[in-house]
Every structure is written in C-alpha cells, then in structure tokens.
Write a protein that binds this ligand. Structure first.
Ligand code: PXL
Length: 267
C-alpha cells in the first residue's frame, strides 16, 4: 500500500462544466501528487458559455465540511475559491478558529472570466477583515485588486503599489497576478512579503481557453505548501505549472475551454 500523500482542502464552488472551481482544483491537486478534499460553498449552473445561476450551500454546512476533514484526515494546506456570501466567509473564518488547516491560500474569486458575479458586493468587507488577516498568501487578479483596494493597476509599477495596499490588510504574502494587464507582452506576477518584491515573469499566450487558470495556480501552490515548501518556492512551482497548463488548454463547447494539467500526467 502506498503511503498517504499530503492532504489539501479546497473551500470552493462547483462548476458543472468542469472547467474551473473545485473541479479544476481537484484535478490540479491530483496531477501535483496530493490528496484533494472539498468544502463545497456553492453549486453553479455553468457551461463553457458562462454561469446562468448558482445556489449557496448553508454556511454551517460549509463550516462542518472543513471541521470534518480537518479533525479526522488532517489538512496540510488549504485554499479558498468562490465563497459567494458574507455568511459563508464568516462560517469559514469560524471553522478556521476551531481547526488547523496549515498554510492558507486565499484566492479572492469575485467573478468568472465571463463577468458573472460569484461573490456578493457586501461580502468584500468580510473577505478583507475576516480572511485576509488569516491568509498565508492571497492571489488576486487585477479585477479583484480593484474591487478589494480601489487601485486600478495600469502598469507593473502599479502592481507593486497594489501589493503594498493588499499586504496592509494582513496576509503574510501577496501575489498580484499580472495576467489582466493586457497590453503587457509578458505576464508578470509580483510577490510581496511586506519587505521584498519578487518578480515572476512568464510568457503571455494568445489563447482563448484560459478558464480555471487562477484556480489551477492557487491549487498548484497549495500542493507545494502542503509538502512544507516556502511560499516563494511554492509560487515558482505554481507559476510554471499554470503556464504549462495554459499551453495545454483545450476547446470545450461553444465558449471558453479550460486550462489543463493533463500534460503533467502524460509525462
Ligand atoms: O475561476 C474562478 C471560478 C471559481 N469557482 C467557480 C467558478 C469560477 C469561474 O467561473 O465558476 C465555481
């Protein structure tokens, strides 16, 4: 019998189309060699064309899922994706007061790439005050940076300013992803620990199919944090992993297809 691999918990929503959300998290975690577990927050009705609706899981059920797996199986690292509402964020924060989940990555998902809202406006404050201070790392894209800090990032220099503003909200590390700086010929992500900036530069591929890229990045990072790697090491791995997964993205349905970690399994 093989040994038990590191265990990672994703606190996230379901994407019925299998492109993003907890489905992207689970396949990334599997491809990265760790055991994935889920605390489901919401069930979206979704295909490659977009999200047509979602239903929220009762907050106490979200908290109970976290506590059930942490108290028995144990969690070596955790991440959040779609959290939907302030009540669910409060329930997650409450659960984290009661059980240990190790390094905690907050991917502050606010909307799908089609612009469908996945987090209530009034939940932003709960995200800032209840989850950011608990986070080992936060991984916003530039739209999320604007919603959380009010900063409109137009340049790489603005990314650093945004990283400082986000760090002031309490996370240990901040990763400001530059993928949405559309005029930049490359994708620069800026990592900040309150003192030092680390720049991670990657290619920008001219591809349409990038559904689930943020989820894939945060999950790949978590898989390494669960093995005890440092945040900079885990983020470097995650960036390389998501770049390869974007290169391996495939079409699906009539809209936007998912990035794919299958390359990792094909050797
Ligand atoms: O990629 C962000 C995301 C996370 N979680 C769910 C989603 C999406 C984007 O569509 O649907 C459930």
């Amino acid at each position: 019998m093989a040994g038990t691999p590191p265990r990672v918990l994703t606190i996230a929503g379901s994407d019925s189309g299998g492109g993003a959300g907890l489905q992207a998290d689970l396949r990334t975690l599997f491809a990265c060699g760790v055991h994935g577990m889920t605390a489901v927050t919401a069930v979206t009705v979704q295909n490659s064309l977009g999200v047509t609706g979602f239903t929220e899981i009762p907050p106490e059920v979200v908290a109970a899922q976290i506590e059930a797996v942490a108290s028995d199986i144990g969690v070596n690292a955790a991440k959040t994706g779609m959290l939907a509402s302030a009540a669910i964020i409060e329930a997650v924060a409450g659960a984290l007061d009661r059980v240990d989940v190790g390094p905690f990555v907050v991917d502050p998902v606010a909307a799908s790439m089609h612009g469908d809202q996945l987090l209530a406006d009034e939940a932003l404050d709960a995200l800032r005050t209840l989850l950011f201070p608990r986070a080992t790392l936060v991984t916003p894209n530039l739209d999320e940076v604007r919603l959380i800090t009010g900063i409109e990032v137009r340049s790489r220099a603005d990314q650093r300013k945004a990283a400082e503003a986000l760090h002031a909200l309490g996370p240990r590390w901040v990763l400001v992803k530059g993928g949405h700086l559309w005029h930049d010929p490359e994708c620069l992500d800026v990592l900040f620990d309150g003192e030092e900036f680390t720049e991670l530069l990657g290619p920008r591929y001219d591809v349409k199919h990038t559904h689930g890229s943020g989820d894939t990045l945060a999950s790949a990072i978590c898989s390494r944090l669960a093995r005890g790697e440092s945040v900079p090491e885990a983020v470097r791995f995650g960036k390389d992993f998501v770049v390869r997964s974007v290169a391996a993205a495939y079409p699906l349905g009539g809209g936007v297809g998912p990035v794919s970690p299958l390359w990792r399994l094909e050797g």
